[in-house]
Design a protein around this ligand. Structure first.
Ligand SMILES: [Zn+2]
Length: 372
């Protein structure tokens, strides 16, 4: 294992922070996998999964069983991790700028089109190598203006030339679910099966440039732009893994999830050996445009009558909002049928607050598809 430290610019005199990446494998091939955890710094289950991944990857490295390189960043966001406000973790947004740590990554397609026009050929492998070189060169030119954007530059640069990128998050209260690009659905189904995911949410454009999409999106966009004369692979399979809820952190879950990720990497050819048989799928892929965020119609105490993982019919109630002053009780009705895959942990809802998400099968939303 090689350890690399990537210093961040000091936000204030007398302080310093860095991102640490762990590199496994002897690079027998040019294959690369990138895994990071806790980019939203208050989402901790990924750190424990990383702990078990590190142990297994060390053993695999010793057995010379890693095909190329596997990069693990167990603490992707030391800035957010230090944002503790009077006992409450505040790791989703950068306090200095107000920007979500999983938004505003570099959208590479326009600059790549400029750089690649007239330079791609008929060899897909050579095209892949050229696109990766140019993507790295564009990111190297990114003038980060503050500590948080320097963090984003570092993470995106570590991941951009990987075949597989796994971004480990969790929701408030949730069952295992995944987000990925629509063109990557088929390749991601094995991961969903090994992890036992209850929802696999797809989008070609979810909005605001989240990390996974900023690593993968340019591949299908370039293929579409340049056409079939110059073959372009789906060169990066980037997936956001939501490891259940923020309190679902146990040795058992973490060991199980780390093993599922290793089995997936084995069946994808990044680790030598025969992967375990894939368990049956617990979900089908559904469009992110079909996922319904249920909002509170007024303020009040929030009582759920459906649990995460429950199947909900269209028109069915998942809980009530109760205004303790007026006595008004309003049921929260799902307009789509599907699995209730995530809900908030807080039991007071402000007017308009998104309190739960249901994975419907039919696309009906557009615009920005992710929550804040
Ligand atoms: Zn997150």
């Amino acid at each position: 294992m090689r350890i690399k430290n990537h210093p961040l610019p000091a936000i204030s005199a007398g302080t310093s922070r860095q991102i640490t990446s762990l590199h496994f494998g002897h690079a027998k091939t040019t294959q690369k996998v990138y895994i990071q955890s806790s980019l939203h710094a208050d989402e901790i289950p990924g750190m424990l999964v990383s702990h078990y991944l590190r142990q297994s990857l060390l053993a695999l490295e010793q057995a010379d069983a890693i095909a190329g390189e596997i990069v693990l960043v167990p603490v992707a966001n030391p800035i957010g991790l230090a944002q503790d406000i009077q006992g409450s973790a505040f790791g989703r947004f950068d306090l200095a700028t107000g920007i979500n740590f999983n938004r505003a990554y570099q959208y590479l397609t326009p600059l790549l089109i400029e750089k690649l026009t007239g330079r791609l050929g008929s060899n897909e492998r050579e095209n892949t190598a050229l696109i990766r070189r140019e993507a790295l060169a564009i990111l190297a030119q990114w003038q980060s203006s503050n500590e948080a954007s320097a963090l984003k530059k570092t993470l995106q640069s570590l991941a951009i030339d990987a075949d597989i990128v796994l971004d480990l998050h969790c929701d408030n209260q949730a069952v295992m679910h995944l987000y990925t690009g629509t063109p990557l659905a088929k390749a991601t189904m094995p991961l969903a099966r090994y992890l036992g995911a209850r929802a696999l949410l797809l989008s070609v454009l979810s909005g605001d440039d989240p990390f996974d999409e900023s690593c993968s999106r340019h591949w299908w966009e370039l293929a579409q732009h340049f056409g079939s004369e110059t073959p372009i692979a789906l060169g990066c399979q980037a997936v956001t893994i939501e490891l259940r809820g923020e309190s679902d952190l146990t040795h058992g879950f973490a060991l199980q999830d780390a093993n599922a990720i290793l089995q997936f990497l084995m069946q994808a050819g990044h680790i030598d050996g025969d992967a375990m048989p894939m368990p049956e799928a617990l979900c089908q892929a559904t469009p992110l445009e079909g996922s319904e965020p249920i909002s509170a119609p007024h303020a009040g105490a929030l009582v759920f009558t459906k649990n995460v993982g429950d199947l909900v019919a269209a028109g069915e109630s998942i809980g009530d909002v109760i205004d303790p002053i007026s006595g008004k009780v309003t049921p929260l009705i799902s307009s789509v049928a599907g699995v209730l895959y995530a809900r908030v942990a807080r039991r007071y809802a402000q007017h308009g607050m998104r309190v739960a998400k249901i994975a419907g099968a039919l696309a009906y939303r557009s615009g920005n598809l992710l929550s804040m």
